[in-house]
Design a protein around this ligand. Structure first.
Ligand code: PRP
Ligand code: URA
Length: 207
C-alpha cells in the first residue's frame, strides 16, 4: 500500500524544497503547503457518512467526515510542520506527539517524548514525518501506535528512500504509505539522495 503522489503542483513545491538556497521560512511554508495538498489525495481513502441537512431552500443528502475521529501524529521535530498543514484541512482532528531522533552514530531511533489522545483503536491516525530514510524512526513510531491499540494508520512523508519503504511496508503491511517522491537511495550517512538535507534543521533553522 505505497502511493507516490503524482501531482504537478506538489512536484513544483518539492523542487523548491530540495533547493539548498531555500530559506527556513520558505521551507516551513512549503512543507505545510505540500502537506495540505497531500491530504487532499490521501483523503480519497477516507470513509464519508451520508446525512441529511437543510440548505436555505430544501433538504438534501450530503457526505461528511467525522473530523473528531482523526488523530494527526507528528514525529518530532520535522513532522510538526506537516501536521500544521494537515490540521489546516482537518480542523477537528486531535493531535498526538511522538518525540524521536535518529542517533548520529548508530542511526537508530531514540524516543524522548510520547503523548497520545485516548481510544486510538477507534481513530484514523495520520502519522507525519517528511523524511523516510532507513525507516527506523517511522517503523518504531508505528509499532508504538500499534502497541497502544491503533488499527487504522496512514503514514505521510514527503521524500522516501526505497530502503525505508521496504522496511515500513514489510514490518507494517497494513499501513497506507503516501509520499510525494520515492528518491534514489541513501548515502554513507544514511541521508536520502537526492533528498533535501536535514528536514528538522531546515524547518527550524538549526543548521
Ligand atoms: C529525521 C526525520 C525522520 C528520521 C528519518 O529526524 O525527520 O524522523 O530522521 O530517518 P530514518 O528513516 O533513518 O529513521 P531526526 O532524527 O533528524 O530528528 P529531528 O526531526 O528532530 O531533526
Ligand atoms: N533525516 C533527514 O532529515 N534527512 C535525511 O535525508 C535522512 C534523515
Amino acid at each position: 500500500m505505497v502511493t507516490e503522489i503524482d501531482n504537478p503542483i506538489i512536484a513544483h513545491k518539492l523542487a523548491q524544497l530540495r533547493n539548498k538556497n531555500t530559506s527556513s521560512k520558505i521551507f516551513r511554508e512549503l512543507v505545510k503547503e505540500i502537506s495540505m495538498l497531500m491530504i487532499y489525495e490521501v483523503g480519497r481513502e477516507f470513509k464519508s457518512e451520508e446525512v441529511t441537512i437543510e440548505t436555505p431552500s430544501t433538504s438534501c443528502r450530503v457526505k461528511i467526515l467525522h473530523e473528531e475521529n482523526f488523530v494527526v501524529v507528528p514525529i518530532l521535530r520535522a513532522g510538526l510542520a506537516m501536521a500544521e498543514g494537515v490540521l489546516k484541512i482537518l480542523h477537528g482532528a486531535s493531535v498526538g506527539h511522538i518525540g524521536l531522533y535518529r542517533d548520529e552514530k548508530t542511526h537508530k531511533p531514540v524516543e524522548y517524548y510520547r503523548k497520545m489522545p485516548p481510544n486510538l483503536d477507534e481513530k484514523v491516525l495520520l502519522v507525519t514525518d517528511p523524511m523516510l530514510a532507513t525507516g527506523g524512526s517511522s517503523s518504531a513510531a508505528l509499532q508504538m501506535l500499534r502497541d497502544k491499540g491503533a488499527k487504522k494508520i496512514i503514514f505521510m512523508c514527503i521524500v522516501a528512500a526505497p530502503q525505508g519503504i521496504e522496511k515500513v511496508s514489510t514490518e507494517h503491511p497494513d499501513v497506507s504509505l503516501y509520499t510525494a517522491s520515492i528518491d534514489d537511495g541513501l548515502n554513507e550517512n544514511y541521508y536520502i539522495i537526492p533528498g533535501l538535507g536535514d528536514a528538522g534543521d531546515r524547518i527550524f533553522g538549526t543548521v
